[in-house]
Design a protein around this ligand. Structure first.
Ligand code: R1X
Length: 244
């Protein structure tokens, strides 16, 4: 089957995929694989395949924001991908989860618009518990320091705010750890289409106004956290493959 937006063929696709926003990050992840090969680079969607510890997987970029990312997730699942792990970045709500920390998201508050067009408002955006367990186990094994927290994240469409206020304060009070822009789409589309998904995020700043500082996602601390989450996601996929 040909998937016209990603411009890939299902015959070339393995059942495991790491997904990330940035096409350059997709290439950097694939550079850690054996026998890596780029299959397509269409719009923001860059698809590479390779092997990690004998497990074939794809690495695919989905761009910024839920609608575009959902197109990617839908086509990957149509192509036969059954396990998707997002490796991304997020803004933290809490002083004890500073830039350079990692957040494993087991569920997302659906504050974006895309999933409202797919499912009723009561439908949860939840990860697969097996993937979360694999990410946590891998996080305990992969060397490196820094905070690793598991919890709920919130997914918005707006990166820059307008005149409307986003409900940051309420979500922070309710215990949400961090903010990003694609996990609701990933979890809802995966649930709907019978795939399983999880996500690990590197904190690149604070999303809470009280903690806010100049936004600079290009620091060594963030780069190290991104490296670490990539290692964790690859190890999690190896663990999941071993257990099947
Ligand atoms: O999910 C968010 C979005 O893809 C995290 O970083 C991007 C915006 O810079």
């Amino acid at each position: 089957m040909y998937l016209p937006i990603l411009q890939i063929h299902s015959e070339d696709m393995p059942p495991y995929a790491i997904v990330c926003g940035d096409p350059r990050r997709a290439k950097a992840i694939a550079d850690k694989l054996q026998n890596a090969k780029e299959l397509a680079f269409a719009r923001e969607y860059r698809t590479l395949v390779g092997e990690y510890n004998g497990v074939r997987l794809a690495v695919v970029s989905h761009g910024v924001g839920s609608p575009g990312a959902a197109v990617c997730f839908e086509e990957l699942i149509r192509a036969g991908v059954k396990t998707l792990i997002r490796v991304g970045t997020c803004g933290s709500y809490h002083a004890d989860i500073p830039a350079g920390s990692l957040v494993i998201s087991f569920a997302a508050a659906r504050e974006e618009g895309l999933t409202k067009q797919l499912v009723p408002s009561g439908f949860p955006a939840v990860a697969d518990p097996g993937i979360i367990a694999a990410l946590e186990a891998a996080a305990a094994e992969v060397p490196g320091s820094g905070v690793v927290r598991t919890g709920i994240t919130v997914c918005y469409d707006a990166f820059f705010t307008g005149v409307e206020e986003l409900p940051h304060r309420k979500y922070k009070q309710a215990g949400i750890l961090a903010v990003e822009m694609e996990i609701a789409a990933l979890y809802v589309v995966s649930s709907l289409r019978g795939a399983r998904a999880g996500a690990i995020l590197a904190v690149d700043g604070f999303a809470d106004e009280d903690l806010s500082e100049v936004y600079d996602p290009h620091t060594d601390a963030v780069a190290q956290a991104v490296e670490r989450e990539i290692g964790i996601a690859l190890e999690a996929i190896a663990r999941l493959a071993r257990s099947e």
